[in-house]
Design a protein around this ligand. Sequence first.
Ligand code: TPP
Length: 568
Amino acid sequence: MQAVYNIAEICARHGITDVVLSPGSRSAPLTLAFVRHPGLTVRVVPDERVAAFIGLGIAQAQQRAVALVCTSGTAGLNYAPAVAEAFFQHIPLVIFTADRPPEWIDQLDGQTIRQRNLYGAHAKGEFEFPVDTSHADAKWHAARIVNEAINLAQAAPAGPVQVNVPLREPFYPKAGEGIKYEQDVKITREQASNATLPPAEILNLRQQLRTAGRIAVVAGQQSYEPALLAALYEFAKARQVPVVADIITNVGEVATVQRQDIFLAGLSKEDKAGLKPDLLITFGQSLISKSLKLFLRDAAPAQHWHLQAAGEAADTFRSLTRVVRVPPAVFFQQLSEGATPDETLETGLAWQRAEAAAAEFLKQFFAADAQPFNEFSAFRHALAALPEATALHLANSMAVRYANILGLPQGKQIEVFANRGTSGIDGCNSTAVGAALAQPERPVVLLTGDVAFFYDRNAFWHNYPTPNLRVVLFNNHGGGIFRIIDGPRQQPELDEFFETRQLLTAENTAKDFNLRYFPVSSFSELQAALPVFFAAETGAAILEVFTDSKTNAAFFEEYRSAVKSAFA
Ligand SMILES: Cc1ncc(C[n+]2csc(CCOP(=O)(O)OP(=O)(O)O)c2C)c(N)n1
């Protein structure tokens, strides 16, 4: 078992600090190795779907790899949703799945499935740990692949990697026998490449920027990265280029355009023509704003450069002409100086005008009297009340969309997270719980709908306190989004088969998991509850905002038509 015990040592030496494990017997040697290692924080979470999303939340918060450990059988399959999310969001997870030895697969033994390559195309790689490590070569092989797995998970673009570990009995050390970690265990480090643009390429790109015509930068989902912010700020200032950013991009501090979801939904074709870039520069991953995506597809810029150091680059707008293989921060640093084409200045002004008009529109729209109690308005109050330096988690469905329209309160240094790799509703609570565990000193706030919330109630089923976690649950008793988006809302099957009414409230969940509970169903109750709810001393809590789905849909429709008439 020494080679198995060494796994924990190799993980620690590679800088992994956090492990999430789910109990089992087959995995016992891994469990003991990780738990007894002095350099690792191991948390135990029984539901593997939850465990993997908690791991993802921790990895996201710490910006480094997290190890997951589970037993054989369907345990590892339950990691799959988080594995897919990690794959598309480029989050490093190193997954150790205990397995039966190969001779016992498909022999009607219990808790045995086909675990090779369990995550298919959604893992960056899969490694099979040797079943017998008595030979020195096998021991070298064992240590080697653990190093390779960790390096692969962390190499750009980061992602999930599986190490399948077949184990024969005995699983437990004999009485009085301890676990040793070999200090001379093999460590192979991989350095991230420090790619920069060669001088000739800089000259070439400078020249192209000068003659490109109208330039615009559009950010995709990104983690918060100070070096990128600084470089992007310099680039945009020096070249007077508009920087368009949805809420999940974490570049709001330097973006000049953030209300695109509003004005692009309202502007006429002719007005939009004034915003079209000839050269589109993008970085990061997905966008939230459908209007922005459609606009860019329709705009068909003559050139589209995507900045991505490594990995497959998506042609999201069907106009990709160049992939620049350096980190975005490096590109912006190296190209910050240069003249701005007149056309870019003009487009920049057009974006600025639209941005200012949208900000004014939003203010006016919500200032109108006699709003019924509805979740869009309630959402706005919740956002405004967020504590300083919040890690804001936005669940899929309307939460992330409302937030993208409304924007963040200014100057509060809020970082935004959302499972937009796959846009699942299956791990939003768990990811936020992971974040709260990883950064106990920081407020973590999840804004979510009821279906996503109740789907993932097991997120709270573990023994670790999360006093910094607040969940604002917008309970409209169903998948409210289906009443709001075009398509389902026009179908006779809407109520039963799309929105799917459910009558749960979070009161019992709050009791079960010892969370403070604040139910509200009016603006005055909400306003009274928010300061208490967010106060640091309140501890882990759920604020349940009850609204009526039809009222929400009608109010959002009012918003939509107001946008249309304001920007027509
Ligand atoms: C795992 C998964 N299953 C199904 C969906 C499809 N889906 C998207 S939104 C949604 C309803 C979400 O409802 P809720 O969380 O209450 O938010 P609301 O729509 O009310 O804002 C569903 C079922 C999904 N995104 N992910």
